[in-house]
Write a protein that binds this ligand. Structure first.
Ligand code: NAP
Length: 295
């Protein structure tokens, strides 16, 4: 199948590209420089003319502070561009899978949220991604909006999990936020699910994340260190200081506190399995350690 991937240089896009190529798909992966997403007309022409049967959008401005620094650009890249892709797919008949985020959720109440949960983003990033979800589904009702969270598992683009293990290996002090919860998603799972959803008939919003109960970053860090110790990389599990979300100096923008997603639409209704969160963390740590030891 001919597959067009936007954002193929990103944390998720890199993994999707390599999985799709290994599966024998012909992959088209326009770079940021070739096709800046701010230029929606150029994007439409690409989708209309390239003959792709499936389009997956992994591109986004995903930094909260970056979106707040330029909300108009965030809107163009995270909402207008995906809508242009969706509309072009409507003309060509290509399947369209668009990645979104748990940060579209309001996050006030603790607990798992399914796809019917209220969306009330509290940041420019969340706002632009929610607008993208709505515009994509309006332009192409058969599109898939796959919400992911805490993307990890690409050693070339380390996430919080890999960075925690790296700090521990270097003997540095560790601290993690204990009053904010979600669930991690391995980029390899996102890639597998995106290809499956793109090949299927599901349309609408679906939560794509590990199975399990919500974890704080502090709990997630503790699981990662435990896995690193079990896998022989650390002599013992080092202590991790608990931080409060409001005390992290780098976070200028508000983060929703409780956005862990419930994934049974994916796993039960669509029959696409997702690993328990402990397995995700253990697997991501193993992959990172293998990459580090391979130099
Ligand atoms: N990372 C997370 O923890 C997380 C959590 C929840 C949801 N998500 C969502 O998951 C998806 C993938 O996230 P990710 O973390 O894999 O993304 P990422 O690593 O930040 O990569 C973003 C990709 O988008 C491209 N891009 C950014 N601005 C662009 C522009 N103006 N024009 C063209 N391309 C542009 C980047 O290219 P360059 O690198 O060349 O600029 C890169 O390939 C996104 O929809 C994101 O909102 C991510």
């Amino acid at each position: 199948m001919r597959l067009l991937i936007f954002g193929a240089s990103g944390r998720t896009g890199q993994v999707l590209r390599s999985m799709a190529e290994q599966a024998g798909h012909e992959v088209l992966a326009p770079t940021h420089a070739e096709f800046p997403l701010e230029q929606a007309e150029q994007l439409s022409e690409l989708v209309l003319g390239c003959g792709a049967e499936m389009v997956v959008n992994c591109a986004a401005i995903s930094g909260l502070e970056a979106c707040a620094a330029d909300p108009l650009q965030a809107h163009l890249v995270n909402a207008v561009a995906p809508a242009a892709m969706a509309l072009a797919c409507r003309h060509t008949g290509a399947r369209f899978v668009h990645l979104s985020t748990d940060y579209v959720l309001c996050g006030r109440k603790a607990g798992l949220k399914d796809e019917s949960a209220r969306c009330r983003p509290i940041s420019w990033y969340g706002e632009s991604k929610r607008e993208g979800e709505l515009q994509v589904l309006e332009a192409l009702p058969t599109a898939v909006v796959a919400r992911v969270s805490w993307v990890c598992g690409n050693p070339a683009k380390p996430s919080f999990i890999e960075s925690t293990v790296a700090r521990a290996l270097a003997g540095q002090p560790l601290a993690a936020v204990a009053d904010k919860t979600s669930l991690p998603t391995d980029a390899a799972d996102i890639a597998r699910v995106a290809l499956a959803l793109g090949a299927g008939e599901f349309s609408g919003v679906v939560h794509v994340t590990s199975s399990g109960e919500p974890l704080s970053w502090w709990q997630c860090a503790s699981l990662a260190l435990q896995a690193a110790a079990e896998q022989g990389a650390l002599p013992a599990v080092p202590p991790v200081e608990q931080q409060k979300l409001d005390e992290v100096p780098f976070f200028k923008e508000p983060r929703p506190r409780h956005t862990a997603m419930e994934n049974s639409r994916l796993t039960v209704q669509l029959g696409i399995p997702m690993p328990p969160v402990q397995e995700t963390v253990s697997r991501v740590v193993r992959r990172y350690l293998e990459t580090v030891s391979a130099g």
